[in-house]
Write a new protein. Structure first.
Length: 292
């Protein structure tokens, strides 16, 4: 059995850890509210923009919408894993890394040249250690998460695809559902995936185009792609804080359970030590009585 001093030191250590995890949970909760507000506000705009783009570009399938929808033989692939800068958020980062590895090892990408554009220090560190070819110019965007900073990464992927450097681009990120649920998504970013529409339902809207339909489509597509990229980063950011809040909440609860056990062990050890001392005193007294 451990000594009283050892048990007491461990109680103090677990109490300090519990205070830290509780504070981290509160910080994550505050950050989650702001991140959740951002993604909730962006989702309707992103969805409406995508629907408008699909409607405007319908009827031009025989010519293709533009460079970003061009299908070609896949030889080089760019994967964009969106992780966090810090850990202590459960399986948040490892799920993204595992999804990327599954994608790389899939039959679709067998024999293809794969390059990684990490968003977040955790994905950067992981793929750097594994020796994957990387574009390491944009992994620190979470230090100042703004649309302008994320747009630079999106423009790099878009321009590289348009120039023929990559034949496909994938986004791998955690989609935010709620505090306890984050779903890993693997989406094809480029070329643009054609949206299937129900032929039995007439969803067409008669627009008046100014200056022209082609000009509107050419303006909408790059903007829609950048918004889609930014949305994925915001989804991941909100998911990170939700995962960290959940992980720190569980850690705080576990610390509380451990403290109960340690305090019980401390009381039992203390009681055993007192009993031992009483027995020694009684034994000494009986020995003196027998001697006299």
């Amino acid at each position: 059995m451990a000594s009283l001093k050892e048990v007491k030191e461990r109680i103090q250590s677990v109490s300090s850890t519990q205070q830290i995890t509780k504070a981290m949970k509160m910080v994550a909760a505050a950050k989650l509210r702001r991140a959740q507000d951002r993604i909730v506000q962006l989702r309707p705009y992103s969805e409406k923009l995508a629907a408008l783009l699909a409607n405007v570009s319908s009827g031009n399938n025989e010519e293709g919408m533009n460079t970003y929808s061009e299908e070609r033989e896949v030889r080089r692939v760019l994967i964009v894993p969106v992780s966090s800068d810090r850990g202590l958020c459960g399986a948040f980062n490892s799920n993204v890394v595992k999804a990327c590895r599954r994608l790389i090892e899939s039959d679709e990408l067998q024999g293809k040249e794969v390059e990684v554009l990490p968003i977040g220090k955790k994905s950067y560190d992981n793929f750097r250690k594994k020796g994957y070819p990387m574009v390491n110019d944009f992994y620190e965007v979470f230090g100042d998460l703004t649309f302008d900073n994320v747009r630079e990464a999106a423009e790099y992927a878009m321009n590289s695809y348009a120039e023929g450097k990559y034949d496909k681009v994938y986004l791998v990120y955690n989609e935010f559902k709620n505090v306890a649920t984050q779903i890993v998504q693997t989406e094809q970013f480029l070329p643009i995936v054609e949206i299937e529409q129900d032929e039995t339902v007439n969803t067409g809207i008669d627009y008046i185009y100014e200056p022209s339909k082609d000009f509107i489509v050419e303006e909408l597509i790059p903007k829609s792609l950048k918004i889609q990229f930014y949305k994925a980063v915001l989804e991941s950011n909100a998911s990170e804080h939700g995962a960290r809040m959940t992980a720190m909440g569980k850690a705080t609860d576990n610390a509380a359970e451990l403290l109960k056990e340690l305090k019980l062990t401390y009381n039992r050890t203390r009681q055993a030590a007192i009993t031992k001392e009483i027995l020694e005193i009684v034994g000494g007294a009986e020995a003196l009585a027998s001697a006299s």
